[in-house]
Design a protein around this ligand. Sequence first.
Ligand SMILES: Nc1nc2c(ncn2[C@@H]2O[C@H](COP(=O)(O)OP(=O)(O)OP(=O)(O)O)[C@@H](O)[C@H]2O)c(=O)[nH]1
Ligand SMILES: [Zn+2]
Length: 217
Amino acid sequence: MPQQTETIEEPRLVAAAALVAERVAFEVETEIPTAHGRFRFRAYRDLVTGDEHLAIVSLAPVVQGALVRVHSECLTGEVFSSEKCECGPQLDAALERIADGGVVVYLRGHEGRGIGLVAKLKAYRLQQSGLDTLDANLALGLPADDREYVAAAAILGDLGLHSVRLLTNNPDKIAQLTGHGIEVVERVPLVTGAAPANLAYLRAKRDRMGHLIPADT
Ligand SMILES: Nc1nc2c(ncn2[C@@H]2O[C@H](COP(=O)(O)OP(=O)(O)OP(=O)(O)O)[C@@H](O)[C@H]2O)c(=O)[nH]1
Ligand SMILES: [Zn+2]
């Protein structure tokens, strides 16, 4: 019986290893104490985009089905506590929650849903004159969401994870990771950081972009 299991899993493992090799290069691991506990910070170079991504891994063992957050970089929300989005509180909450055995994959190059910092600030400026988060991107001639998650799947593959409980409200993240060989056994909602300044943003994500955000937000 154990032999049979190995035979079934082998193609998946081979595919995961190939994805890792073609997409990311592991560079370094070091432990860092944070306000949310001590974590292993593992840095990867993205072989396609050149971005430097991170896997922030709990010291507690990470097993199949572990809690995972795949998080898009957001300078304004995470460094400057901008209340135009809820990225800062989401990242803090994710680190708290994975401390018992899980991973945050922090994706650089995802700033502004993949359009970059300057374009995001241009989009914010348009939002000041009334456009919502989606139409502001489109008015700039840019996609509503330009993110892809191959690198995240490759990093999870490097950690030996092919089955995860994913902290997200974004169905596209689940669909893309699944398409790249990561089985999402459960979606764990991550609703936090709502503030008067980001209510319209949360509602636009829910009503126009399909995010699974509670109706009473
Ligand atoms: N273009 C643009 N990007 C934004 C805006 N507000 C936040 N972002 C970016 O959106 C990204 C986060 O994506 P979200 O759609 O908020 O959330 P998500 O990660 O897809 O979904 P969750 O997993 O549920 O958190 C970050 O890179 C932010 O910089 C905005 O108004 N316009
Ligand atoms: Zn943000």
